[in-house]
Design a binder for this molecule. Sequence first.
Ligand SMILES: C[S@@+](CC[C@H](N)C(=O)[O-])C[C@H]1O[C@@H](n2cnc3c(N)ncnc32)[C@H](O)[C@@H]1O
Length: 390
Amino acid sequence: MQIDDLGMNGEGIAHENKKAVFVPFYLPGEVVENGELLKKSEFRITPVCSYFKTCGGCHLQHLKYEETLKFKEDKIKNIFKKFKIKVKVLPCEPSPKIYNYRNKLTLKCDGEKLGLYKINTHEVVDIAECKISSNEINRAIKIIREINLNNVREIILQNYLNNILITFKIIDKNYNNIIPLKDKLKEFKSYGIFVEYKNNTIFQMGEKYILKEEFNIKYPFTNNSFYQINDEVKNIIYSDILANISTSDKVLDAYSGSGLLSACMARKAKLVTGVEIVPSATQNANKLKELNDLKNLQNINGDFVKEIIYKINFNVCVLDPPRAGVNREAIELILQKGPQKVIYLSCNPATLARDLCLFCERYNISSLKPYDMFPNTHHVETLAVLELKN
Ligand SMILES: C[S@@+](CC[C@H](N)C(=O)[O-])C[C@H]1O[C@@H](n2cnc3c(N)ncnc32)[C@H](O)[C@@H]1O
């Protein structure tokens, strides 16, 4: 079987009797028969992780990094072509770190094994380390393995420099097994431990959050809000967004999360309104406003589509929605309001292209750029800048 393409999820595609056959972990130009590689791609490299192909976290460790960037650029080009949107796709911005870039890792636990789910199953693959996660997260995994995990089903690890937050999701109310960690984590500059039972925090020890500083903004990094997982790439994207904001702008940041981007924009723009649906994220955003004395930033908690958009005056709209994209009603409201600029950051190119089809009625896409936020996986972040047509 001759592999002649890479699919959206980084899997090899062969054609047999005019039908596409998906063959994961093989590359274009390769020939494979009964699982045996008969002809090898010049771009094939040896994966650094021993769990690659089993744990399901990475999809492209077997492909030379420069080629994974081309794959991501082509992926965006193909999706936009499918949606019949004519646009120049800029080259994919590389990640400064290809490994050890994640500041957050969610591990599954079955009481014994601790790791990620085996591809397409709910069977936990026991892992000692995760090559794409930070060194600090990997050090914490080693330490966690020293305690009894029989009542634990999920562990979320987050770090900023040598500070670590660990959230345990457990199946009973007894967390005595977790307490000994407080002595074991002393090698970190600071730690915070959270124990959740049925989605409620029933125990907390150490710090409640890590105080992070980026773009001259101090902000609390907590265990209960969304944050971008690759700080280096996030900083490149935020700088590119800031380059599109001017001092006279009134900005609506429609999916503002814990408010870092809103705060960065508030340092430059005239006024920024951040809208976020999760109350704890808005609380974090308000803390950040206070810490940085940002008088031209307002944070609103609520659904920006249903309640907020009618009440705000803005000439720039920043959209950074979850994977599902922006809903149609919201796009129609933004189209009616007609801000001069729409800056759309997306982690899902399919919903981005779908949404831009609607925006194209009144907007030109002035730039479309992929960023490698998630090296070694098939995922890609994309920033689109739209300008109102005359
Ligand atoms: C991809 S995150 C963006 C966070 C932020 N821009 C950042 O860079 O950290 C999407 C955020 O949108 C929020 N959200 C989802 N639907 C929303 C809605 N209808 N109105 C307001 N916020 C919403 C989610 O809770 C989440 O925090």
